[in-house]
Design a protein around this ligand. Structure first.
Ligand code: ASP
Length: 327
């Protein structure tokens, strides 16, 4: 008896399931998963497909709670004996956040692939079907095992922990600016050029929603930080300037948050590079380290926020939170 690969595809919506509504002349979710799969021609030669409908929404409508529910579903599905790999379709706007949340919470060596499209099915050159076939080929590739969650778009394979959306329109929008792609999909062949840099697992089934993300700019003060503290936020991520420095007027708010046992995680608004305690002036990294600010390495703010939400679902202990971010 010949062994057939079986891939479960979990549909969540996004441009890959959109077409232009003639009444409003704009794209909205409209395709069923069966209609999408009908455009992925010849895929039956490679794998049996099981369709799972999670939702059909644009990705700005996806909430962290929905991402957590999706994680539970992916964990359940990927751990079935009959499943070789799981593919998740998703809108590209928040794809990197869902991919990273799954990367931190799914516990399996089997491939989990996130895929989307930049052009909807009413546009010339809909990329949904080619992206989906590349994602399915990656999901059945032995080489894709033990690499964490992968994002497959435009025939490139990137690690969920490294990838970000870099362009509002280009098909080639998903990039790993720090380390480059892991590999490519060449027809049905998946070729890896390197391994993933790190892989972390956060053992939680719940997350904390009230985590703020604040981007620094010259002249900013503590008012926005005080607003979040006064409104019951449980964690704050600061996208700081350069190497990890903030305008001095923001220090008071940060100090207040830490005194209230609210973790403050700092990353940089620069697209690449780690934050470090290089500078000793007021609001410099050294000063922030002494206040108890947690350093989020080279994560972009949106991913540091997802990570802090998950950790806060598990513990409020500032020392443990610091250890998970910095070790
Ligand atoms: N706005 C769309 C979404 O994220 C974009 C896309 O899917 O490419 O749902």
């Amino acid at each position: 008896m010949s062994y057939r690969n079986k891939v479960a595809i979990i549909f969540t919506g996004g441009t890959i399931s959109m077409k232009i509504d003639p009444r409003i002349h704009a794209a909205i979710p409209a395709l069923t998963s069966e209609e999408i799969m009908a455009m992925v021609t010849n895929i039956e030669k490679f794998a049996d497909i099981e369709i799972i409908n999670f939702t059909n929404v644009p990705s700005p409508h996806i909430t962290p709670d929905m991402m957590m529910d999706l994680s539970l579903l992916v964990n359940k599905t990927i751990n079935r004996d009959d499943i070789t790999g799981v593919v998740v379709t998703h809108g590209t706007d928040t794809l990197e956040e869902t991919a990273y949340l799954l990367d931190l919470t799914v516990d399996s060596i089997k491939p989990v692939i996130i895929v989307g499209a930049m052009r909807n099915s009413s546009e010339l050159g809909y990329d949904g079907s080619s992206n989906l076939s590349a994602a399915i080929c990656t999901a059945i590739s032995k080489n894709a095992r033990s690499k964490g969650v992968l994002v497959v778009m435009n025939n490139e394979v990137n690690a969920a922990s490294e990838v970000t959306k870099t362009n509002t329109l280009s098909l080639d929008t998903f990039k790993s600016p720090e380390f480059g792609p892991l590999g490519i999909v060449d027809n049905d062949e998946v070729i890896f050029y390197r391994d993933i840099v790190t892989k972390q697992h956060i053992d939680t089934q719940r997350l904390e929603n009230k985590v703020a993300l604040i981007k620094c700019a010259p002249g900013m003060e503590s008012d926005i930080i005080n607003f979040y503290i006064d409104n019951g936020y449980k964690g704050i991520v600061i996208e700081a300037l350069g190497r990890g420095n903030i305008p001095p007027e923001m220090v008071q708010g940060i100090q207040r948050a830490i005194n209230d046992n609210i973790p403050v995680v700092m990353v940089s608004r620069c697209p690449t590079g780690r934050v470090l305690d290089t500078y000793g002036y007021d609001g410099g990294g050294k000063h922030l380290r002494e206040l108890g600010v947690i350093f989020g390495k080279n994560l972009p703010g949106q991913k540091a926020r997802i990570k802090l939400m998950l950790i806060l679902g598990m513990t409020k202990d500032l020392e443990i939170i610091k250890k998970i971010f910095e070790d």
